[in-house]
Write a protein that binds this ligand. Sequence first.
Ligand code: HEM
Length: 509
Amino acid sequence: MLKLSKKIANNRKCVSFVSNSACSVKSNGVNEKGNLKPFEEIPGPKSYPVVGTLYKYAPFIGDYNAEALDKTAWLNWRRYGSLVRESPGVRVLHVYDPYDIEAVFRQDHRYPARRSHVAMYHYRLNKPHVYNTGGLLSTNGPEWWRLRSTFQKNFTSPQSVKNHVEKTDNVITEFVQWIKDSNISHNEDFLPFLNRLNLEVIGTVAFNERFRSFNPEEQDPNSRSSKCIKAAFGSNSGIMRLDKGFLWRLFQTPLYKTLADSQEYLEKVAQKILLERVHFFDHDDENDSSLLGYFLKQDNLDLKDVLGMMVDIMMAAIDTTSYSTSFCLYHISRNPEVQQKVFDEISALLPTKDTKINSCIVSKAVYVKSCIKESLRLNPVSIGVGRLTQKDIALKGYLIPEGTVIVTQNMVASRLPQYVKDPLNFKPERWLRGSENYENIHPFLSLPFGFGPRSCIARRLAEQNICITLIRLIREFNIKWMGDELGVRTLLINKPDKPVSLSFIPRNE
Ligand code: HEM
């Protein structure tokens, strides 16, 4: 936050915009709302009674695709401009301009809310013997803050994140050895292997649990690791369609059943790990530096809250980190001069391949980190950030009523030439202060981890895991992209739409 406000202070245009906008809203009050244009006047597709704009997503008649929300967002921007109104069942506002995105966040509630994971919330509240709440992802209001404030210290403090570097490096080093031994070919999609790696990393860091997901017996689809990865995907992939639908409220639709079965499996795995820790180990086990170890050392912690958090971690960690790492590898491997710079930096930090990575090395890997930032600009896991307004707000002269779902369209905006130079090219230097190609990019343009108190709880951890993975892989291999151009399928989070096809050529240096 401190860094961000400094950045904003350096950007005078941004400051004046924000203060004007925020003042006008605060001083507007109810009396001045009359000066604002009504929400319905915001440009957007034609809306009909009952169906709203849902027909746009219908097969054959609609020109929107719910699995290509990035393209739909692009289409809307070209047709209607930087603020777009939609009503696919709920009132939605798409916001593209980073100055407006900033104004939205500056007017956010102290407990920022999202309207998502509605069916999962329903599922969990129907199991009061297992869960206290819908969990961090789906709960809003004071109950969300109770959970967030209970758990976030261990996730977000820089020192606790640094404590995980060495064990993460050990898991990733094993992975690199596995690549060398198994001689994988570029004809195999690398994404499922990254899923296994990230299950292993999060298992170790969060629960002090090894899934051994690269062992031959774990390759069976019925093994614990295979089923965990499938259940995490099964939980995430239906969320958006379930958020839009309502039939699951009346009977168990196939999509709802997939969600419920997936949740149930993750729940079983989490429950077993939790009960083992609680029954067989001393709470004050000094050797357990996992997140779960810290949770259990906290006073007055409710085990049902811990279980919900464990399931949220499994859901939120595997696909997000694997997709983000895939896109980093895609961009770096397609840009040999970037890869060479990455290698130069890494080989100075790790003079030999078996040098252990520590937190100091991670903090010095600045070029690697600018590659991660640049990759997340072009390919964020989420097209933007969702917020549910909890009071009327003003934006660009319009009144945005309470209960509107705002979607900040960061992915589209980050690819527009008015905000970034040469936007479709992968240029990590644009993030590097001191580089002659450094750009003063608006701080609200690229928000891959969201913003504010509701932003990703594991941001530092996720960035660290990707950074160590890139360091280890590029120290060991020259990586070549062998596939087609990658796009995204928007299944709540943006999945690569084609196989991640990489060739790993061992380095001698
Ligand atoms: C590259 C990897 C990741 C990306 C890009 C990412 C991105 C995001 C985004 C965009 C949000 C919503 C933020 C907002 O509404 O402002 C979020 C929330 C969340 N993420 Fe992540 N995430 C990643 C990895 C992880 C990991 C590894 C975990 C768990 C260990 C995790 C756990 C969560 C949780 C629990 C929330 C909900 C927070 C809340 O509502 O208070 N994420 N993440």
